[in-house]
Design a protein around this ligand. Structure first.
Ligand SMILES: NC(=O)C1=CN([C@@H]2O[C@H](COP(=O)(O)OP(=O)(O)OC[C@H]3O[C@@H](n4cnc5c(N)ncnc54)[C@H](O)[C@@H]3O)[C@@H](O)[C@H]2O)C=CC1
Ligand SMILES: Cc1cc2nc3c(=O)[nH]c(=O)nc-3n(C[C@H](O)[C@H](O)[C@H](O)COP(=O)(O)O)c2cc1C
Length: 180
């Protein structure tokens, strides 16, 4: 059962010093990993490209995903109990674009090959790493829902360069070798 957490909205002031466009321009300077967030089940199949993904806790392993409520994927995710966060490698920017909006859901999923782990959520074959999750809590914050997800299984793919999103474009980042 998903826990619904209430967010205390603070009073908005009319005289905002930072505009939406100014905030987005500032955020575009941050480099981040690119993920496909996917789900499948009674509520349907859906997926979207996401950069707003963050580790919350390692005990139990928990991450969060921020999903805009205007997204075409939202109606499905609002009822979903499971999801998979598939972190992309540098060779997967076409899949990132397909899931980045304005493409029909069936067409998005046809652009890649899929498998499953524990929960039944779609796991992208050849992802850099996939986190198979159960959604344990939701918090609506402003325009987005924050989904808190407990990680039930992890699949690490072949080591390749990471896909990075920065300055509104995709880049490759060489995965440093792991210390012995
Ligand atoms: N967190 C989110 O919801 C994100 C949404 N996007 C969406 O993808 C599309 C392409 O974006 P860009 O080419 O990067 O240009 P952009 O100027 O729309 O976004 C620049 C940066 O601002 C942030 N951002 C953008 N829209 C946001 C939103 N609605 N809520 C919170 N943060 C947001 C992200 O960090 C993004 O990398 C846009 O429609 C954008 O809204 C992109 C990145 C993150
Ligand atoms: C690089 C990138 C990162 C994105 N990150 C997020 C995100 O973290 N959360 C989100 O709700 N939308 C994010 N989006 C936007 C969604 O992928 C996209 O809007 C979504 O697929 C909905 O589009 P649609 O309504 O046409 O389906 C991102 C888009 C791109 C290109």
């Amino acid at each position: 059962m998903t826990e619904h957490i209430r967010f205390q909205q603070t009073e908005s002031t009319d005289a905002r010093s930072v505009s939406e466009a100014g905030y987005r321009a500032a955020m575009s300077r941050l480099a981040g990993a690119v993920h496909l967030v996917t789900t499948d089940g009674m509520s349907g199949r859906a997926g979207f490209t996401a950069s707003a993904v963050c580790s919350v806790s390692d005990a139990p392993p928990t991450l969060l995903v921020c999903l805009n409520r205007t997204s075409s994927a939202y109606p499905v995710f609002s009822k979903a109990e499971i999801l998979c966060v598939n972190t992309l490698g540098a060779s997967q920017r076409d899949i990132a674009s397909a899931f980045g909006g304005k493409t029909a859901m069936d067409e998005r999923f046809a652009a890649a090959r899929w498998t499953r782990l524990m929960t039944g959520a779609p796991v992208l074959q050849d992802a850099l790493v996939s986190f198979d999750c159960r959604i344990v809590a939701r918090m609506p914050v402003r325009t987005h829902d924050v989904l808190f997800c407990e990680v039930e299984a992890v699949l690490e793919g072949q080591v390749e360069d990471c896909l990075v999103y920065a300055n509104r474009t995709y880049h490759s980042f060489a995965q440093p070798a792991r210390p012995a």
